[in-house]
Design a protein around this ligand. Structure first.
Ligand code: MOS
Length: 753
């Protein structure tokens, strides 16, 4: 990609507390508590724990996508100096087979990345499947010896061509408590046929793969039948339960440490092959094993974002009221795992079309199962629906912001009929329009030198989630406050934000509060997924602080101090060393009951309320009129993410989502050789993510309007940022060039066409 002509220095977000914040800490742009440790390199990631006697493992990947191992010779590799062990399906421990599918009632099934029984089978199901692992005293010895493992295969022709399989797709049914993969209001096909104005477009989005800054890495160590695994993951609880189930040991005997995670974006919410193999290898070698994937290893063994083929048809009146909105999607999963992303979900709640039809189908291919990747479904689906809405505006000769405002739903979700907990999408559009200076939008096809200049807009929506969080809150006589919970710090600032919430809910200075996290020995935390971690923590933090304050006040009464006194002073006056309060659904024997209660609450809640973060993106692009070279030169987004606990970390999350969206818009594409079902570009050299030069100054604004139905009013900010970005860029390209590009990424060949 190219260098943007103008660069603006990022301005610091506001530091003063916004109106309506419950206390002095919430709403402040507090620096990250882990910032110094990360900047100075003292923060330990999962491949960085110094463990005595550590060995290093390297995977041997199958070069075929489907077939069977017919011969395996490890003798040369085993004889290589420094090699401790070559693990194959001949000598690997037999594990309990992986579950066939996810079952929300059994959390040990939730982290299954695939149904392949790795190293417990001679069958190959995907290209790159690990068929052996070499364990050696040094990484170099393991790497070299891995090249000495000889494997022969009987190859079967794989099914790797998504487009060729579209005819074999099957319908996807919406799952309870999961985001909807379909929906219906009225007879949309008939309404579309009757509509005086019609837009009907076909879209495609490619597969994407995960490229977190920290590639997946595991350090595994056994002490008898107890396993410790240092693993950068997004769900300590699921990981612990899954490993326990596979290795046939109690969950309490699996210790998961995930103190720091170098980005995850959905790619670390499951347990993939390398994690299991590191644990197997450590068991057989009776030595600690580290298995750090190469960048290519991540592409070969971790799922990515499903490609999509989509159709969006919108019927409207001449005045721009939507009579029909049809969104049809086909995505793919693996024959050996994966799920349907909620690609049509955004079409159910962006517009109040009189009739709506959203349907998804899915095909199975001999490829790595797909997995969650930042706004899984909404990121792809919003490209299609928000492009089609823009095209409708062009056809009607209406301003695309006005068209969107004209079709906003009222108090209820058009398809589900549930009430919006609060809805501020229109305000984000209006505020963004003003901030961007939309009134000065140039005429279509405006030329500036050799560039065509265009402005685009798109809306964003992402559902809000709340999960179980057990927390333990302790105050001591020195005034120190500790909040302990096995939550996840993947770079988004959770550890900082949790401290802010505790400070205000307990009414103590922020400096007194420490958050302890990232370890399965702590009370069970929420997963860091679905943009729900902060809200989930907020609910339990509030409860714990209320309970703690009650106990402190009764203690204060006893020693003749007023209610609300400083916790440290109350404790020292009362002669108590410390006070601890625990809240949550528990992860011990009561965990199943807690899960039942939690799921029923989620079901009931989802029948009552539609809760979502929303936003609006405005951008300017320049397209070289001769070459089609595309540059994004200006960007403003306004979001409603409910209450903003920390503008610095929240805006960073939203900014990161937009940067990832620019990758989706302009560069990211996993190329599959459809004959061999093999990824052809498993490296950052050939898979293009945005670099600094591709990203203009991103002007981010939040309404900071607490949602009345979410804990502390928090809607979540991790994912809504990427939603709509692809369409905003494509719509600006349409405005600049007159070309409606419906296939991502927006490469110059597609723009010049
Ligand atoms: Mo996410 S895709 O919920 O990390």
């Amino acid at each position: 990609m190219t260098i943007a002509p103008e660069r603006t220095t990022t301005t610091a977000p506001p530091t003063e507390a916004p109106a309506g914040a419950p206390g002095p800490a919430i709403g402040r742009a507090v620096d990250r508590v882990d910032g110094l440790a990360k900047a100075t390199g003292t923060a330990r990631f999962s491949a960085e724990y110094p463990i005595p006697g550590l060995t290093h493992a390297v995977l041997v990947h199958a070069p075929i996508a489907r077939g069977r191992i017919t011969a395996l010779d490890t003798t040369v590799a085993e004889a290589h100096p420094g090699v401790v062990l070559v693990l194959t399906h001949h000598n690997a421990p037999r594990l309990t087979p992986p579950p066939a599918r996810m079952n929300p009632m059994d959390l040990s099934t939730m982290a299954a990345g695939s149904t392949i029984p790795f190293l417990n089978t001679d069958e190959v199901h995907v290209d790159g499947q690990p068929v052996a692992a070499v364990v050696a005293e040094t990484l170099e010895a393991a790497q070299y010896a891995a090249s000495l493992v000889r494997v022969e295969y009987l190859e079967v022709t794989p099914t790797g061509d998504f487009d060729a399989e579209l005819g074999n797709s099957t319908p996807v049914r919406s799952m309870p408590v999961m985001p909807p993969t379909g929906g219906k209001r009225g007879d949309a096909r008939a309404a579309y046929g009757r509509s005086p104005v019609q837009v009907d477009l076909a879209f495609s989005t490619p597969q994407h793969n995960h490229n977190a800054l920290e590639p997946h890495a595991t350090t595994a160590e056994w002490d008898g039948d107890r396993l410790t695994v240092y693993e950068g993951c997004q769900n300590i609880d699921w990981t612990q339960k899954y490993l326990a189930k596979r290795f046939g040991i109690p969950a309490g005997d699996v210790h998961v440490v995930a103190k720091f995670v170098g980005g995850a974006f959905g790619g670390k919410s499951k347990v993939w092959a390398a994690t299991l193999i590191a644990c197997m290898a450590a068991k057989v070698a009776q030595r600690p094993v580290r298995l750090a994937l190469t960048r290519e290893g991540v592409y070969r063994t971790v799922g990515g974002r499903t490609p999509t083929r989509q159709r969006v048809a919108i019927g409207a009146s001449a005045s721009g009221h939507m009579e029909a909105l049809i969104h049809e999607v086909t995505s793919r999963k693996g024959r050996v795992g994966g799920e349907a992303d909620q690609v049509v979900a955004c079409s159910l709640d962006l517009y109040d079309a009189a009739a709506i039809l959203a349907e998804q189908r899915i095909v199975e291919l001999d490829l790595m199962p797909n997995t969650a990747m930042r706004a899984p479904g909404e990121a792809q689906g919003s490209f299609a629906v928000e492009s089609a809405v823009d095209e409708l505006a062009v056809v009607l000769g209406l301003d695309p912001v006005d068209l969107r405002l004209r079709n906003q739903p009222g108090e209820r979700s058009p398809v589900h009929g549930t009430r919006y907990s609060h809805r501020r999408l229109a305000q984000t559009l209006e505020r963004g329009r003003d901030l961007f200076g939309w009134a000065d939008r140039p005429a279509p096809g405006t030329r500036d030198g050799k560039d065509l200049v265009g402005w685009g807009v798109a809306a964003a929506i992402h559902p809000s989630w709340e999960f179980i969080a057990n927390v333990q809150l302790t105050v001591d006589a020195t005034g120190g406050v500790t909040l302990a919970c096995a939550f996840h710090e993947m770079g988004m600032g959770t550890a900082t934000v949790v401290g802010q919430m505790v400070a205000d809910c307990l009414d103590v200075p922020l400096e007194r509060v420490t958050a302890v996290y990232g370890d399965s020995d702590l009370p069970m935390g929420p997963g860091a997924g679905g943009s729900g971690q902060t809200a989930s923590l907020a609910a339990s933090v509030e409860r714990a602080c209320r309970a703690m304050r009650k106990r402190l006040d009764s203690l204060a009464d006893r020693v003749g101090m007023p209610d609300g006194s400083d916790p440290g002073e109350v404790l020292s006056r009362a002669g108590e060393g410390s006070l601890t309060v625990e809240v949550g659904a528990d992860s011990g024997p009561r965990a199943t009951w807690g899960q039942v209660r939690f799921l029923s609450k989620m079901v009931l809640d989802s029948r009552r309320w539609m809760k979502a973060a929303t936003g609006a993106h405005f951008c300017e692009v320049r397209v070289d009129a001769d070459t089609g070279e595309l540059r994004v030169t200006r960007w403003t987004s306004v979001f409603d993410v409910g209450r903003v606990v920390n503008p610095k970390t929240t805006h960073s999350q939203l900014r990161g989502g937009i940067v990832m969206g620019l990758g989706l818009a302009m560069g990211e594409e996993t190329l599959i050789d459809t004959r061999s079902a093999r990824i052809m570009n498993p490296s950052l050299a050939e898979y293009h993510v945005p670099v600094h030069a591709d990203v203009p100054h991103l002007d981010i604004h939040t309404l900071d309007d607490p949602d009345p139905q979410m804990p502390l009013g928090i809607l979540g900010a991790g994912e809504v940022g990427i939603v709509g970005v692809g369409a905003a860029v494509a719509n600006a390209v349409r405005h600049a060039t007159g070309r409606r590009v419906t296939d991502l990424p927006l490469t110059l060949d597609r723009i010049v066409g």
